[in-house]
Design a protein around this ligand. Structure first.
Ligand SMILES: NCc1[nH]cc(CCC(=O)O)c1CC(=O)O
Length: 315
């Protein structure tokens, strides 16, 4: 969107929503806008989307961990937000860096989708069913290490691109399988592309998986207030604890880490997993308590796993 269009829509609209342009990012932004409009009885066009291309969108050929990590998908959006061009930025919680730039904060989360990973293959329902030496594509260090741990014979290749591209590579026979977040598939209306769904026990999800984070300017009281009716408190508690866990372990996203928290009836539980990149060694544990202590417990589990990290990860 050019500057003039942006200014024009800004006068017509109540709030401007910033998002990346991938199909999944757009689906998430539309879900947010639909919920916000419904909560206030606003017209959907009063919440225009400003689609922002990020540096990360242009990188296709190498692991993001080598190209500079998670901030690549947020930098241009952060700038637009700090300059006041957008009010709300909608992100997959999983893709948000540990530390946001000064002046921006996570205001909360929408209700979480299914946190599990889906297996995408030509008709095989679980990892055990994949043929010996099958080629599995993934760009996620977590998924790669988990796969190597349970099936050392699999040949893991780097697979990037948006969800549609990844599905095509399996359908076309270029690779035998991949793992994708079921949440993303559901939000794209593609859940039937999953040939199987992996349990949380078998494949512990990434921190933040399935949750949509809403970022605002820290001092933007109008935007914070309008959000309140659509935020999911339990998701907020769970993801904040997962992020506290992650921030004790690694900010560089070069280490395979999984973490998943649940909140039910005032109780909180978090499982965490830290793996050697080749899947050969792992440290895993869980912690539970009251929701009031969730973030502190998340950090505690992170420190505890760090002390027990497989050799070669931190030293
Ligand atoms: N890193 C890409 C990314 N970021 C968020 C999702 C899916 C949606 C989610 O996890 O909330 C995906 C694709 C995937 O992992 O399948």
């Amino acid at each position: 969107m050019n500057e003039i269009a942006s200014l024009h829509e800004r006068q017509a609209g109540r709030f401007v929503i910033g998002t990346r342009g991938s199909p999944l990012a757009l689906a998430q932004a539309h879900e947010f806008a639909g919920r916000l409009a419904a909560a206030h009885g606003w017209e959907r066009r009063e919440l225009p989307l400003d689609i922002i291309r990020t540096t990360g969108d242009a990188i296709r050929d190498r692991p993001l961990s080598e190209a500079g990590g998670k901030g690549l998908f947020t930098k241009e959006i952060d700038q637009a937000q700090l300059h006041g061009r957008i009010d709300y930025a909608i992100h997959s919680a999983k893709d948000l860096p540990n530390d946001l730039p000064d002046g921006l904060v996570i205001a909360g989360y929408l209700p979480r989708e299914d946190v599990r990973d889906a297996l995408i293959s030509r008709g095989i329902a679980d990892i055990a069913g994949l043929p010996q030496g099958a080629i599995v594509g993934s760009a996620s260090l977590r998924r790669q290490a988990i796969l190597k741990r349970i099936r050392p014979d699999l040949r893991i290749t780097l697979l990037r691109g948006n969800v549609g591209t990844r599905l095509e590579k399996v359908a076309g026979g270029e690779i035998d399988a991949t793992l994708l977040a079921l949440a993303g598939l559901k939000r794209l209306g593609l859940a039937e592309k999953a040939s199987g769904v992996l349990s949380v026990e078998e494949c512990l999800p990434a921190v933040g998986q399935g949750a949509i984070a809403i970022v605002i300017r820290a001092d933007d009281e109008k935007s914070i207030e309008a959000l309140q009716p659509i935020l999911c408190r339990d998701t907020g508690i769970a993801v904040a604890a997962e992020r506290a866990f992650l921030s004790e372990l690694d900010g560089s996203c070069r280490t395979p880490i999984a973490g998943h928290a649940t909140v039910e009836g005032g109780r909180f539980q978090l499982r965490g997993l830290l793996l050697a990149p080749d899947g050969g060694a792992a440290a895993e544990d869980s912690i539970s308590g009251t929701t009031a202590d969730a973030t502190a417990l998340g950090a505690e589990l992170g420190r505890s796993l760090r002390r027990r990290a497989p050799a070669g990860i931190y030293s």
